[in-house]
Design a protein around this ligand. Structure first.
Ligand SMILES: NC(=O)c1ccc[n+]([C@@H]2O[C@H](COP(=O)([O-])OP(=O)(O)OC[C@H]3O[C@@H](n4cnc5c(N)ncnc54)[C@H](OP(=O)(O)O)[C@@H]3O)[C@@H](O)[C@H]2O)c1
Length: 252
């Protein structure tokens, strides 16, 4: 059974490892190629875009893919839509694997904003001066105009170019620990945390730390997702794959 996993999330790598342990699957894991040192995964690895919907349709047909699992990051804006359209055109079953978002804590100042520009506007409204920015190195431009704010930018790889003039960069990859997150916020006298609502455990520690220190959170909401079969956990994705295989066996 040939499975194409569109990667870019913790769940994508975890699914590839589970399928490898189960055996009986020919798994290809596809990366966009943004990260220079992606987490190693079993199976065949391919890197780089497909060339839009048409390119992905060609790939699905040429590689005779039986099932497509779109496990791109919750903030991947384009790929989930390409995957939906290409899977429909090539008549390949598709699942969107996307972990649930974090829920706002009732006792914590939490400001939902629709996008990065909204986050920048919210920083101004709140009058923050020292911001921990965890939205990723490719999401910095909207904050460049805030010249009265100092940013601590945390990212996996260095921003290049760095559009924000008054900022320090901290290179780090999760999972993070709450006590260390508290210490980081204290040490840098952070008065506001800006995050994307990625969900999951690996990056949740900063929310607990902010709550404990009474630091408000500006949370960027996720982009819209295409309709169709969806799973929130790797176990649910494995279940969908098993059912898809059964369906194909009985159809064949
Ligand atoms: N956006 C984030 O906050 C974020 C955070 C962590 C990880 N990521 C991961 O980084 C990658 C790029 O993010 P993005 O926000 O630029 O996504 P995007 O807007 O959805 O994708 C842009 C283009 O990158 C290519 N692409 C994306 N994911 C791919 C994959 N798994 N395999 C092959 N090509 C892929 C596609 O090119 P073609 O049209 O040429 O096929 C797609 O049209 C995604 O895989 C995502 O999962 C994103």
């Amino acid at each position: 059974v040939r499975i194409l996993i569109l990667a870019g999330s913790t769940e994508a790598s975890a699914l590839a490892r589970h399928l490898d342990r189960l055996g009986g699957h020919d798994v290809t894991v596809s990366f966009a190629g943004r990260t220079r040192a992606p987490v190693p995964v079993p199976g065949t690895v391919r890197v780089g875009g497909f060339g839009g919907v048409d390119g992905l349709v060609d790939h699905l047909r040429e590689q005779r893919v039986d099932a497509l699992v779109d496990a791109t990051h919750p903030f991947a804006a384009r790929m989930p839509w390409n995957a939906q359209q290409a899977a429909t055109a090539a008549a390949v079953p598709r699942l969107r694997l996307c972990r649930p978002p974090w829920a706002a804590s009732a006792v914590h100042p939490w400001h939902d904003v629709p996008d990065l520009a909204g986050a920048a506007a919210c920083i101004e409204e709140l009058g923050a001066e020292r911001v921990l920015l965890t939205t990723g190195r490719q999401a910095l431009e909207p904050f460049a105009r805030l010249d009265r704010v100092w940013f601590l930018v945390r990212a996996i790889e260095p921003p290049d170019p760095m559009p924000i003039a008054d900022a320090a960069v901290l290179l780090a990859r999760g999972p993070f620990v709450e006590a260390e997150e508290r210490e980081l916020m204290r040490a840098h006298q952070i008065d506001l945390l800006v995050a994307k609502n990625s969900g999951g455990d690996a990056a949740a520690a900063k929310l607990g730390a902010a709550r404990a220190l009474g630091i408000p959170v500006v949370m960027v909401s996720r982009p819209a997702q295409p309709s169709g079969p969806a799973a929130e956990t790797v176990d649910d994705a494995l279940e969908w794959i098993a059912q898809t295989e059964c369906g194909q066996d009985s159809a064949g």
